[in-house]
Design a binder for this molecule. Sequence first.
Ligand SMILES: CC(C)(COP(=O)(O)OP(=O)(O)OC[C@H]1O[C@@H](n2cnc3c(N)ncnc32)[C@H](O)[C@@H]1OP(=O)(O)O)[C@@H](O)C(=O)NCCC(=O)NCCS
Length: 210
Amino acid sequence: MYLTLIAAALANSSVRTLSQQEELPLLRDHLLRLDRTSRHDRFHGFMDDSFIERYAEKCANDGTVVIAFFEDGVVRGAAELHPSDQSPDSLPEIAFSVEASVRRRGVGSILFRKLITEARAKGYKNLRITTGAQNDAMRALAAKFGAKLVFRHGESTGTIDLTKHDQTQLATTWVDSAVNATRAVVGFNRAYWRMLLRISGGAPREWGAQ
Ligand SMILES: CC(C)(COP(=O)(O)OP(=O)(O)OC[C@H]1O[C@@H](n2cnc3c(N)ncnc32)[C@H](O)[C@@H]1OP(=O)(O)O)[C@@H](O)C(=O)NCCC(=O)NCCS
């Protein structure tokens, strides 16, 4: 019954990796459609349109892979696989965004599974994910794919060990909710913050920055 409902909800939809030319306009417009709370959750407090525009531009130019969920031809969800040199220990950072209108239908899970396949094809062994400590949705989604998150400085950060999953497990994870163990990460994800700060030109207001 549950799967039938999801299948019906996902009619007229598709998932694919965006070309480099598509990334700037399609990722940007999707991110700009995120509501205020979602923007806060996705960008850890960075909210304004100009930040999002610069962020999408950066993704289009730095080799970030963007896997998009389309509904009726419009991108309603995205999974980002950032190049590894942006992380402190050279792990590729991943991030997800699903517009409120299509949430809790398994879209995030489908994107996650595709992203893992893509990351494996690139030869990555581990992925890093960072999210707000209060972000229950992202923590639930990450846990489905074996991320064990550690809380620190108001955020959760963790890794997903791709060597501990086989392809069959990954193919069924979003359906059967199998949770696989991974190693925990200790440490604040400073490089990720540096990257966001570079784009924003400063710290978010709630940090009390000038
Ligand atoms: C996090 C996010 C991507 C999840 O997308 P989604 O399409 O709703 O995810 P799914 O439908 O695949 O749900 C994945 C799991 O998380 C659980 N979940 C989803 N939303 C939840 C919530 N608000 N609270 C608790 N669990 C939640 C689902 O129940 C599901 O688990 P299950 O399969 O065992 O039932 C989406 O909420 C989002 O874009 N949020 C705003 C941006 C953001 O926070 N990004 C993360 C920063 S990297």
